[in-house]
Write a new protein. Structure first.
Ligand SMILES: C[S@@+](CC[C@H](N)C(=O)[O-])C[C@H]1O[C@@H](n2cnc3c(N)ncnc32)[C@H](O)[C@@H]1O
Length: 229
């Protein structure tokens, strides 16, 4: 049996680069002390920052941090005991270019200043099938317009990877309706997309998250969208 949540929460508090600010501050409309300070206070350099939203165990955050020591990565999730795994690996391997933030994505602008982020990854996000308007689906064009565009640099990329045909179709339709610059759209990453992308993107797409491996084992296809904002 795995470690209990309590033990994980206690251990998280001892790790460098794990941030769990009180959610009430963001709910009350207060900016985090981290906002605009990630380079200076957390990473101590001015290298580009990629954020993984809904990072779960943090496989993309850690996988990318290992591959790109010249960039910085922040995994965000509301459940700290989930990203405990990524934070633990990061701590054990001495990875200094990865950090984890516990908060709700709805408040992401309280934690990052305009232009502070260069790329966003949304990995296996909940499809929210009943959310017709897209106000809860964190991949939706509404989240891009109202939140992500406020933290990402102009020309930055947003990557969406999912097992869900519904999430993929709804997200793609929303991006098309909004006139976003869609660079890649595929409903079969391993069947076709990886054969037509540059090596660097293929390398990134081959990082597999916990949920992704489960879905692959069940024989599902993986979907991917990339937009430039
Ligand atoms: C289906 S899991 C995917 C986790 C991971 N990306 C993976 O592929 O294994 C969705 C994750 O998003 C997180 N999440 C969902 N909605 C969120 C929100 N509004 N704010 C922060 N985290 C959220 C959940 O806690 C969960 O860890």
């Amino acid at each position: 049996m795995g470690k209990g949540k309590l033990v994980k929460w206690q251990e998280l508090a001892t790790f460098d680069r794990v941030f769990e600010p009180p959610l009430e501050e963001a709910v009350a409309g207060k900016d985090s002390a981290l906002r605009g300070r990630w380079h200076a206070e957390v990473f101590g350099d001015d290298r580009p920052i990629t954020v993984e939203l809904g990072c779960g165990k943090g496989e993309y955050t850690i996988g990318q941090a290992r591959r790109f020591p010249d960039r910085n990565f922040v995994g965000v999730d509301i459940k700290g005991h989930r990203f405990w795994r990524g934070a633990k690996i990061s701590n054990e391997e001495g990875i200094t270019n990865a950090a984890f933030l516990r908060t709700r994505i709805e408040f992401i602008e309280r934690y990052f200043a305009p232009g502070e982020v260069e790329e966003i990854w949304l990995t296996f996000s909940d499809p929210q099938p009943k959310d017709e308007k897209g106000t809860k689906r964190i991949t939706s064009e509404i989240f891009v317009e109202q939140r992500y565009k406020n933290i990402i640099k102009p020309g930055g990329r947003i990557h969406v990877k999912s097992d869900s045909p519904l999430l993929y179709e709804l997200t793609k339709e929303g991006y098309e309706r909004s006139g976003f610059d869609i660079r890649y759209a595929s409903d079969d990453v391993y069947g076709e997309l990886i054969h037509r992308v540059p090596d660097a993107l293929r390398d990134l797409l081959e990082i597999r998250t916990f949920y992704e491996q489960m879905w692959l084992d069940e024989g599902r296809k993986i979907h991917y969208l990339q937009i430039v904002v």
